[in-house]
Design a protein around this ligand. Sequence first.
Ligand code: BTN
Length: 241
Amino acid sequence: MDSTNSEGLRWAQDPLNPAPEGAAVVADEQTAGRGRWGRSWFSAPGMSLTFSVVLRPQLSLGRLDLLTTTVGVAVVEAVREVSGVDALLKWPNDVVLGDRKLAGILVESVSGAGKLVAVVAGIGVNLSSADLSVPEEIAQRFVALNDVSDDRVDGVVLLAAILSWLEPLYGSLAADPSAIIRTATERSSILGHEVELRSPTDEVITGRALRLREDGSLEVELDSGEVTAMRAGEIVRTRRV
Ligand code: BTN
């Protein structure tokens, strides 16, 4: 398959048989897996869990940003449950162990006639690192669950755990996201730390990550003392204070 996100978007827009909410596309191999910022997501066959879920949220635009956090919390909690490792959420869409990336989340949406038609939440979790074709500098930034977990984690078991965490969290998103924010705060790898953050427009800011707001944005106290909220971006560097 090219990409489970692309397939999920096709399923969601199929005029004859539109995929219902909760439909999941799972692949052992992706030939064109993609990440955020137009990057490609590399995964060798059988080495990772790669899947996407079709969602049809009835959410205000403000709440939609929180969907990535919701999926992130589900992945973090499921990884902890099935493997016992201390996975954390690196705002907004990475799951990390220490300073290495364990999983990435890519949420994409499709709209028509000014309305949101569907959202596809794609998740890639590194399970094994036995692939020698990955360049060393990339391999050094990633970690695979089965390299650090005492018990071997099966991809299907992890998939089931992520979906069972996701269902109630997603269900609570429209009415009351406070539990999602609370857990995302508890499991954050960056709150309270000095961060260097790149915005989608390539602006780089530095400051202290203060808290997650109700809409999923990250509140940062800039070096100048000014407090700002970032809705999207990428943490380039983190430093403990
Ligand atoms: C990122 O870290 O930038 C996000 C990576 C998301 C990768 C997953 S793998 C399953 C799904 N299909 C894709 O093409 N991408 C996501």
